[in-house]
Design a protein around this ligand. Structure first.
Ligand code: AMP
Length: 454
């Protein structure tokens, strides 16, 4: 199938051909006609499948046929969990709409609000936003939605994981009832289904990857290694393989900073990217990584969302994530849109449960290989046998303070014991019992509820 047969106008086709896209990806083949037909869409698609163009292209087509946005109005709203993803989508929108007379703007926290307010004054046909900053702008009357035609929730699972449910519900209450809704999510938990129920209307359901399966194009390998030897093994791997562009995942910001220093002391050009870094520092690190002036980007899970680098060849899990689905997201950073990639995980004996959970979610074993000179003193235990995934029982929607199993809350991450395990913990002091508005995860930087852990 070609893009021409999908009903996109010559102006969009020209931009696509300049970008070098020859054929639509599977998600684009399915999503573009559905969106053009005015349908609501609920799509299960991981990053790397081309989902951004899957919703952006038909939205541009629809918007190019209507009246322009009036001052302070938005005709379409794309909500994303992170600043990086928002910025990335904005670049895509600009590229694809190069030959159209549509206006777009991106708004997110961590940077001054005034320039964003100024830009919104003229109105924008496409607004890309993180939820917290969008609410601030709405409260300051900088944005209105009377003209809104299309809403996109991108990476909805991640938005819920980051505690944005309440903000999303508030935003939905400001939008006109008559609108088209597109929901994209890598995974479909009960919570996402709950959210979708109140959002999409008789949607076209699209799934381009089996639930939670890892990208097939990515070759995966586990290096069993002692915890202490991990920095040395990583340094060795980078040097032996002459890796020029490698994204390394850490669980904590502190760990990311520490590892970056170790790599630098081994003459490897590296930078850390995480929620405690200013927006300027994050943008610079990403730009340096993209242009090759640094070869290693050490990232926490949330900061890494939205990093889009064409054909990123190598991903390293320096530590396995607590949430198995994060592993799938991580390795999705390589092997993007048809190119092959490699993901290696440095796994110490104490991480066997995390490895088992990941293999369970993927329903496959990751091959193991001992790297010469790094045979672990503490053997990595055998993997648990794969058991079929059971259908989950329906559960109540979690509050925006709660996290999924295995994921640490900010309090936990700061070293506090969970309330149930801490007899000294006073009732009434938990975040659930506070009456103040919760901090905004992406927009406050240091206020991020994940700030201690990501
Ligand atoms: P996404 O899943 O939206 O993050 O896209 C992943 C990558 O695939 C991005 O680098 C896009 O520029 C690229 N891409 C999207 N659609 C196509 C296409 N039809 N052909 C080639 N590359 C594409």
């Amino acid at each position: 199938m070609s893009f021409t047969s999908l009903g996109l106008s010559p102006a969009i086709l020209k931009a696509l051909s300049e970008k070098g896209y020859e054929n639509p990806s599977p998600i684009q083949e399915q999503a573009i006609p559905a969106v053009l037909a005015g349908k609501d869409v609920m799509a299960a698609a991981q990053t790397g499948t081309g989902k951004t163009a899957g919703f952006t292209l038909p939205i541009l087509e629809i918007l190019s046929n209507g009246n322009k946005a009036k001052p302070n109005q938005a005709r379409s709203l794309i909500l994303t969990p992170t600043r990086e993803l928002a910025a990335q989508i904005a670049v895509n929108v600009e590229t694809y709409s190069k030959y159209l007379s549509l206006s777009s703007t991106v708004v997110f926290g961590g940077v001054k609000i005034n320039p964003q307010m100024m830009r919104l004054r003229q109105g924008a046909d496409i607004v890309i936003a993180t939820p917290g900053r969008l609410l601030d702008l709405f409260n300051q009357k900088a944005i209105r939605f009377d003209q809104l035609e299309v809403l996109v929730l991108d990476e909805a699972d991640r938005m819920l994981d980051m505690g944005f449910l309440r903000d999303i519900k508030k935003i939905l209450s400001f939008l006109p009832k008559q609108r088209q809704n597109l929901l994209f999510s890598a995974t479909f938990s009960d919570d996402i289904h709950d959210l979708a129920r109140g959002l999409v209307n008789n949607p076209v359901e699209i799934s381009v990857t089996p639930k939670n399966s890892a990208t097939e194009l990515v070759s995966q390998l586990v290096y069993p290694v002692d915890k202490k030897k991990k920095p040395e093994l990583l340094t060795q791997l980078i040097k032996d393989n002459n890796w020029q562009q490698v994204l390394v995942f850490m669980k904590t910001k502190h760990g990311a900073n520490k590892l970056t220093k170790i790599l630098e002391s081994a003459d490897i050009k590296a930078a850390a990217i995480h929620g405690n870094k200013s927006q300027g520092a994050r943008t610079k690190a990403l730009a340096n990584f993209k242009d090759g002036s640094i070869s290693v980007l050490v990232a926490t899970d949330i900061a890494a969302r939205g990093i889009d680098i064409d054909q990123l060849p190598q991903v390293v899990n320096f530590e396995l994530p607590n949430v198995p689905e994060d592993y799938v997201h991580r390795i999705g950073r390589t092997g993007r849109a048809g190119s092959s990639g490699h993901a290696v995980s440095l796994v110490s004996a104490d991480e066997i449960d995390l490895l088992n959970d990941i293999q369970h979610v993927m329903q496959k074993f990751i091959p193991r290989e001992v790297y010469e000179g790094f045979a672990p003193f503490n053997d990595l235990p055998e993997s648990r046998k794969l058991r079929p995934i059971k259908a989950k029982r329906a559960k109540k929607t979690t509050s925006s303070f709660e996290h999924k199993d295995g994921q640490r809350s900010a309090d936990n991450a700061r070293g506090h014991k969970p309330k149930s395990k801490n007899p000294g913990h006073k009732v009434g002091s938990s975040p659930q019992n506070r009456t103040t508005r919760k901090p905004k995860p992406q927009d406050g930087g240091a206020k991020d509820p994940y700030s201690a852990s990501r």
